[in-house]
Design a protein around this ligand. Structure first.
Ligand code: SF4
Ligand code: SF4
Length: 455
């Protein structure tokens, strides 16, 4: 069983089998149904273009921490040269951030990130993730309705400062130490306001669009204020917002940790929940990881005779909030006194690399630029901030090193506010600001846009 947290600085390379490379070993290999496609593994021409694009390679300069190296390890398993159960192999796959930066530069279009995630699912069968990860991903982080049940006691404890006390008692346990430091003050969850108009009466016009809103487990609880901003913006720009109460987690965290069965169950429940809403112009999510994975449902079910068409219909409606707002908002916005003077934008990997949505968030921020807001580009804006789902808890050393680089880049812009469009990034950046003692504010794109139009 794999334990966490993992410090990459103390890891060793997988030991070579003491046999000729021409002698296949007898150990277990990847097994169906999550078999990384051998042809795809063979497609690698070893050109090395993906190496400088990979944050974990940038950090270590080690081949096994690179996309090419991870593909080679999986190919060695398939060729019978490396045992799937080999200590350390799974951790090399799990050290990948699933940021998909490598996918964007590979000249032969190998879906490297997806293959690594498939490899993890195969390893999961032999080396299950730690019980706590499986408990959280299969019983806690499964739906907004489940998550919001934990919110009132946590908010109460935070009010009484009991979380600080718990931090003193349990903060020495490595994964909990980072969890206590990461955890922000929880706002009132959006859950109780579902399907109620949130905008002021004068902003509620006759609706032009009917939009299904995908809540997102973390957005709904940790960034409920940003979710409120999303709903208010949608209403302001003529959208009737409907939200199914029986929606589930999108399934991305489960997929990321190799728990494919749990992920498929959630995906089917989501497709059914949104089908029940009838005809929608779009299904909108303000969490880039969610919108990216909801679009991937068509790949998840591509060979399923019952679900393929339904998944395809569902995925074709999904829009990240930045895509949808860019489509419906006017070209110019009034900038109010409360609008910050300078903003920089951190691109979520799952928005830029997975969905290819790079222009729209910038186009939205450019609407503020027209009114004197200085929008400053980050150096390497898509480089992962180290959040990557629960990576910041399972791999704190690598995560913190990447975060510190990101915060140095943010500081170099001198911007008052850093915006992003993914709750994982927002949490990580807030933590980064705290660690760096920086006064930079961290906001969701929807929040700065709403501030610019609200009276
Ligand atoms: S997905 Fe990101 S971390 Fe993983 S191999 Fe590709 S570039 Fe590296
Ligand atoms: S960029 Fe693609 S082809 Fe080149 S080494 Fe990386 S995975 Fe292989």
């Amino acid at each position: 069983m794999l334990c966490f947290p993992i410090d990459y600085r103390s890891m060793s390379e997988p030991a070579r089998q003491p046999k000729s490379i021409f002698t296949p070993i007898a150990g277990p290999r990847f097994t169906a149904p999550e078999l990384p496609t051998y042809d795809a593994l063979m497609d690698c021409i070893r050109c090395g273009r993906c190496l400088p694009a990979c944050p974990t390679y940038q950090q270590t300069s080690l081949e096994t921490f690179s996309p090419r190296g991870r593909l080679s390890l999986m190919r060695a398993v398939e060729d019978g040269k490396l045992d799937l159960a080999e200590a350390g192999l799974e951790e090399h796959l799990y050290h990948c951030l699933d940021c998909r930066s490598c996918n964007t530069v590979c000249p032969v279009s190998i879906p490297i990130g997806e293959l690594i995630v498939e490899g993890r699912a195969a390893v999961e069968a032999k080396h299950p993730r730690s019980w706590i990860i499986r408990l959280v991903l299969q019983h806690v982080l499964i739906s907004p309705s489940r998550i919001q049940k934990f919110t009132p006691p946590v908010r109460f404890a935070q009010k009484l400062k009991l979380d600080k006390l718990a931090g003193l008692f349990f903060g020495w346990i490595p994964p909990l130490k980072d969890l206590f430091q990461l955890a922000p003050q929880l706002p009132k969850p959006l859950w109780n306001d579902l399907n109620k108009p949130l905008g002021s009466p004068q902003t509620l016009k006759v609706s032009t669009y009917r939009v299904g809103y995908f809540l997102g487990c973390v957005m709904n609880v940790v960034f409920a204020d940003a979710s409120r901003a999303t709903v208010k913006l949608l209403e302001h720009y003529s959208c009737a917002v409907v939200t199914p109460a029986d929606q589930m987690c999108c399934g991305a965290p489960q997929d990321d940790q190799g728990l494919k069965d749990a992920m498929r169950k959630m995906a089917k429940r989501n497709i059914e929940a949104f089908e029940k809403l009838g005809d929608l112009d779009a299904i909108v999510a303000d969490c880039a990881a969610c919108s990216g994975f909801l679009k991937e449902y068509r790949h998840v079910f591509h060979d399923d005779p019952v679900w393929a068409a339904r998944a395809d219909r569902f995925a074709s409606k999904v829009r990240d909030i930045t895509e949808w707002l860019d489509q419906i908002m006017p070209a110019e916005l009034p900038a109010k006194a409360s609008t910050p003077k300078s903003i920089t934008y951190h691109e979520p990997c799952h928005l830029a690399n997975v969905q290819g949505v790079r222009r729209q968030p910038r186009a939205l921020l450019a609407r503020l630029k027209n009114k004197g807001v200085d929008v400053r580009e980050l150096d390497d804006p898509t480089r992962c901030c180290g959040s990557a789902g629960i990576y910041n808890l399972t791999h704190p050393a690598m995560s913190k090193d990447l975060l510190d680089r990101k915060m140095d880049d943010v500081a170099a812009t001198g911007a008052e506010v850093v915006v992003s469009a993914n709750p994982g990034c927002l949490l990580q950046l807030e933590w980064g600001a705290k660690r760096a003692g920086s006064s930079v504010k961290v906001k969701h794109v929807a929040q700065v846009l709403l501030e610019a139009i609200e009276d």
